[in-house]
Design a protein. Structure first.
Lengths: 300, 167
């Protein structure tokens, strides 16, 4: 063994020990402290470069997507035109019903958890890989984004949570990541459970104290917790499962299209101490969740 | 040598941005090539042992800081990748197929190490149902990407090592 290779071995040992020390420190400090400051600093340096690179490559990806989906888009367009006509007729009918519902809500003092939450539209500027599903967005604390805020896609489906914020960028951990915390959800039959990320585009659903089965296609929405406001659509049940010992374990398919995420909305929502209650703030954008896509502001 | 280190650092920076902005958007069967590991291997072929190992550590540290993995996880993996490259480069630089085989083996080893140590540190990577596909396909894609990256890096870094095969 040459002297130079001995030096390389020494370097290897030192750096591997240092790496393990950093991992332990990072986990023990839960991403805060000096490690958090370092993360913020490096992300601040790379965010402008990633934004610039995204601006350059986005048109290329859009062009390729457009070519690949041209035939499908024509069919979709025809279907949508027909659907618009049907919906316009229904809107007239519903407007009077909506006014009545609003007055009844006011009378009962109910605030729908999934309405009128201020949002910040953001573009995905960098993505992780198979071993790290987190991604970066081009909005940060300067635009009102804070760690812990929920993130949804442009259809209102839950995407994940902001974990790190710099002045002009933020890191989001998606709900499909095994590292993400579980999401408390509610089934159409009002069963309460938790969905957990598997890493692939799948979620594990677990319902406790239940006697009702779940069926394919059952829509799961957030039930309201300290992490997410209630009423955000999360996933659909992917299999028929009957309870065993009052417990159901099933697979669910997330509604957000994670591989193709481009624009997301950060909900400027903070937990106020009461489940199902939301904080409505004045911001650049407001959107109605979960089905509306009325987004303005941002550069997305 | 300073020039080579600076070029290597620049290449790592570019590789990180391209990996996160471009390559991560185009997974094929759920896997993507690892351009950063490939760049570390390419630089380690030409750098002296110590700078190569430190370069691997630095590249991993930046990736850790930009992602949500525990700080130090990828640093450790890419340090090992650089070290293995330095230790084996004289043996694998015989022909283009042996270089390809070495890149495949080193990136596969790196991915397995990342999955195992990541799981030990709470990443649950091994519980991912697609982990086997990712572990098997990722290194193959990395070898294919290497057909373009390795000659480019050889050109940028120069080739003064005597036994080198210019891919």
């Amino acid at each position: 063994m040459s002297e130079r290779q001995d030096h390389a071995t020494s370097f290897l040992v030192i750096l591997v020990i240092l790496s393990f020390a950093l991992m332990t420190l990072d986990i023990r400090s839960s991403g805060g402290g000096a490690v958090g400051t370092l993360r913020t600093g490096v992300q601040s340096v790379f965010a402008p470069v990633q934004k610039l690179a995204t601006t350059i490559v986005d048109p290329v990806f859009d062009l390729v997507d457009g070519i690949a989906n041209a035939a499908g888009l024509r069919d979709a367009n025809a279907q949508l035109q027909q659907r618009i006509q049907e919906l316009e007729a229904k809107v007239d009918e519903l407007s009077s019903v909506e006014a009545e519902l609003e007055s009844l809500r006011n009378a009962l003092g109910l605030v729908p958890a999934d309405q009128n939450i201020a949002t910040v539209a953001a573009r995905v500027i960098a993505r992780g890989d198979s071993f790290d599903a987190s991604f970066q967005i081009d909005r940060g604390s300067s635009q009102g984004v804070l760690a812990g805020m929920p993130v949804v896609d442009d259809t209102g489906a839950l995407v994940g949570t902001v974990i790190d914020v710099t002045s002009d960028s933020a890191t989001v951990v998606p709900i499909i990541s095994p590292s993400a915390d579980g999401v408390r959800v509610k089934t159409p039959a009002q069963q309460i459970g938790v969905v957990l990320g598997r890493g692939a585009n799948e979620l594990d659903l677990e319902l406790l104290d239940t006697t009702e089965p779940v069926a394919v296609g059952d829509l799961l929405k957030t039930s309201g917790s300290e992490r997410y406001p209630g009423g955000i659509k999360v996933a659909k049940v992917a299999e028929d499962v009957r309870p065993e010992a009052n417990r159901i374990v099933a697979t669910a398919t997330p509604l957000a299209d994670f591989p193709r995420l481009d624009i997301v909305l950060v909900l400027q929502w903070t937990f106020t101490g009461t489940v199902e209650e939301t904080t409505t703030t004045t911001s650049t954008t407001t959107t109605s969740l979960p089905d509306s896509t009325s987004t303005t502001g941002g550069d997305g | 040598m300073t020039r080579r280190i600076l070029i290597s650092l620049g290449a790592i920076g570019v590789a990180i941005v391209v990996q996160k902005v471009v390559i991560a958007r185009i997974p094929v069967f759920g896997a993507t090539p690892d351009l950063v590991a490939l760049t570390v291997i390419a630089c380690s072929r030409r750098l002296r042992s110590e700078p190569a190992v430190v370069l691997g550590f630095t590249a991993g540290l930046i990736l850790d800081l930009l992602g949500s993995t525990p700080l130090g996880l990828r640093s450790m993996v890419l340090t090992v990748v650089a070290f293995v490259t330095v230790r084996t480069r004289d043996r694998f630089e015989i022909s283009i197929p042996t270089i390809g085989l070495a890149v495949w083996a080193i990136t596969l080893g790196g991915s397995v190490l990342l999955a195992v140590v990541g799981t030990l540190f709470g990443q649950k990577t091994l519980s991912d149902p697609n982990i086997l596909t990712e572990l098997l396909l990722g290194p193959v894609y990395t070898v294919l990407l290497g057909l373009a990256v390795l000659p480019l890096m050889t050109k940028l870094l120069g080739g003064e090592r005597q036994q080198e095969i210019v891919l």
